[in-house]
Design a binder for this molecule. Sequence first.
Ligand SMILES: *Cc1c(COP(=O)(O)O)cnc(C)c1O
Length: 383
Amino acid sequence: MSSLIYLDYAATTPMDPAVADVLTSFLTIDGCFANPASRSHMLGWQAEAAVEKARKQVATLIGADTREIVWTSGATEANNLAIKGYLEQFKGLGGHIITSATEHKAVLDCFEYMEQLGFDVTYIVPDVSGRITSELVAPLIRKDTRLLSFMHVNNETGVINDIEGIANLASGSDIVFHVDAAQSVGKLEIDLQNTPVDLMSMCAHKIYGPKGVGALYVRRREGLSIAPLIHGGGHERGMRSGTLATHQIAAMGESFAVAGALMTSEQDAVQTLRSCFLNDLSGTSAITLNGDQEFCVPGIVNFSVSGIDGPVLLTALPQLAISSGSACTSASLSPSHVLTAMGVSSELALASLRVSFGRFSTASELVEAARVINAVVARACEG
Ligand SMILES: *Cc1c(COP(=O)(O)O)cnc(C)c1O
């Protein structure tokens, strides 16, 4: 095999061709290109109808009402809008907020910013499983706790946090619960009608939609108001101004509809790929899997290799498009903050790989990936 094997689905997915078709039908003079806020002509109404269809597709997948969906530029913006937009009303008053040390930087950096503004922050550190449970969260809740923020699925390890248990802790109190669901939506069943999550971040490009579009779910409930980060024409009920990107939004809606239709069969297929891949890797004791292997999504495998220098490991696998740690931090040579929070040594964390796959991955790609990884590990063990 000469071409690169793409095994970095957790960083971004290729767009589904059906989704790309929808996207391109909103661009040119032949298409539905008008401004969805144009109220004075038919073309504007058609664009608005496309946006509202997509809003329904997104809401349907997660058990939400269409009035609870706010379009954003992605999960990073949704996380910022949720955390900073909710806590804005407590500026000067402060209060206590809780997250975990294993979150995406888009959440961690918001918490650091809120800390500078005077909020008290608790960062929960998981055990070696990497899983955040309600038992870990419960004893840390205080009278002045205002916000909990936990990701549903970790982007580096694939570990599934106990979102339902944590949601039930916060339910019935004034505490607002935010979930970063960028890695879980379309892969795990999410029913917000029965799970008391208040705010949930999503994006399209982890689930075969385009980059640069996402949404924040904002539960319609008393006392939950979100101040905008971006002021302007009052779009999205004042929470996020700016002309809506019809092509991106319609494509996101389509990607969510497709994901909903395929969810069960796709996850079964990915689980089969995972089992074969893990079986192929199991020959060497130099490989240790990272993260809970029961509560995890099938499409992400994270492992450390002992006896090899981290940077050497990745450069020895030029045939594979994979990540060491997370793509967001791979520009720097610091070990993954997620793995080190789980108690993995810096040395092993640096010699860790994340292999992630999905809809368009094939068994032969994973067989080949395991073969080249095994060869590199075997060479390192000899040397
Ligand atoms: C990818 C990702 C983000 C960032 O989403 P963007 O749409 O790229 O801004 C946030 N959180 C998690 C868990 C992610 O995997």
